[in-house]
Design a protein around this ligand. Structure first.
Ligand code: UTP
Length: 316
């Protein structure tokens, strides 16, 4: 089984595109990749790598761009830091520091010019080879208590082709996502994707099912991406390539299925969602939660008092 044949059918590798410009999070992302922004006390990307590993994918390829150094350093050994912690006898922090370097077998490839998510995925072709693979976007965090990727890998194994993750969104939000037209499948919670549109206006959206940042892709996607012209925003869109695959039969790299996700997901690439994510995850933590939540309650209560008296003053 270790040997990969002409067309290995087992998902073993994860690709994490992290070469975007992160413009929604400027100025924090001017010199730091957005994937390195801390979520409580870990960079967002570490949660994503941990998720891949938990799904059995310890071979991780990161597609990086400018400012890739912090990403590489984070998943590498840090001898000076480790030595300093060892001398201090701080074994707990030492273990934490070593954890990220021992987590996975992390590889890197440069995208060069950020020509879109589809182009970033195409950069993974030489590393991935002729096998289905997972793609995890670094600014979409899936709560570890609600695993999604294992279910997607199962669907890919059973039905072939590619698998996307779908969430139901408010129709007013659909223009922020790739949107899927679907029909039922023979499996509960799984749909057959018949068409895809990247960031449609609400009026043109085929459904309120939005694609989130987890994919299991058939290797045929690479050939399709090579032939996919730049779409929306002049970028090579993964959604456009998936749209092509959705119309194909299994022996040509199709079809595309969608797994409906109803668990907890956090979008850390958006400032407001990022703040909400940190508050939620901090509240859930055994070490930080109780004290933080107590403070948060007081803070909100004090705010309400201040607002009420401001309203009273304004209305006399
Ligand atoms: P986004 O659409 O969120 O773009 O990319 P972005 O540039 O990172 O962020 P904003 O919108 O400007 O704030 C989705 C994912 O695809 C990666 C990003 O790193 C992100 O994980 N990506 C995007 C690339 O790797 N290369 C690209 O050329 C574009």
């Amino acid at each position: 089984m270790g040997h990969s044949g002409a067309h290995d059918s087992i998902v073993r590798k994860a690709v994490i595109p992290a070469a975007g410009l992160g413009t929604r999070f400027l100025p924090a992302t001017k010199a730091t990749p957005k994937e390195m922004l801390p979520v409580v006390d870990k960079p967002a990307i570490q949660y994503v790598v941990e998720e891949a590993v938990a799904a059995g994918l310890s071979d991780v390829l990161m597609v990086t761009g400018r400012g890739k150094r912090p990403l590489e350093d984070h998943f590498d050994r840090a001898y000076e830091l480790e030595e300093a912690l060892r001398e201090k006898g701080d074994s707990e922090r030492l273990a934490e520091v070593q954890r990220s370097s021992e987590l996975a077998d992390v590889h890197y490839v440069r995208q060069g010019v950020p020509k879109g998510l589809g182009h970033a995925v195409l950069c993974a072709a030489p590393h991935v080879g002729p096998a289905p693979f997972a793609v995890l976007l670094g600014d979409d965090l899936i709560d570890e208590r609600d695993p999604l990727l294992p279910a997607m890998i199962e669907v890919q194994k059973a039905k072939g082709g590619s698998v996307v993750a779908l969430i139901e969104v408010d129709p007013a939000q659909v223009h922020l996502y790739g949107c899927a037209a679907v029909e039922p499948s023979d499996q509960e919670g799984v749909v057959r994707v018949t068409d895809l549109v990247e960031k449609p206006d609400a009026a043109d959206a085929p459904s309120n099912l939005a694609i989130i940042g987890r994919y299991v892709l058939a290797p045929e996607v690479f050939d399709v991406l090579r032939d996919t012209p730049p779409g929306r925003g002049g970028e090579i869109q993964l959604t456009d390539a998936l749209r092509t695959l959705a119309g194909r039969s299994r022996d040509e790299g199709g079809p595309v299925h969608g797994v409906l996700f109803r668990g907890r997901r956090y979008d850390t690439g958006d400032k407001a969602d990022y703040l909400r994510t940190i508050v939620r995850l901090a509240c859930d933590r055994d070490d930080l939660g109780p004290e933080f939540l107590a403070w948060l309650r007081q803070f909100v209560a004090a705010r309400s008092v201040a607002e009420n008296s401001a309203v009273r003053e304004a209305t006399g």
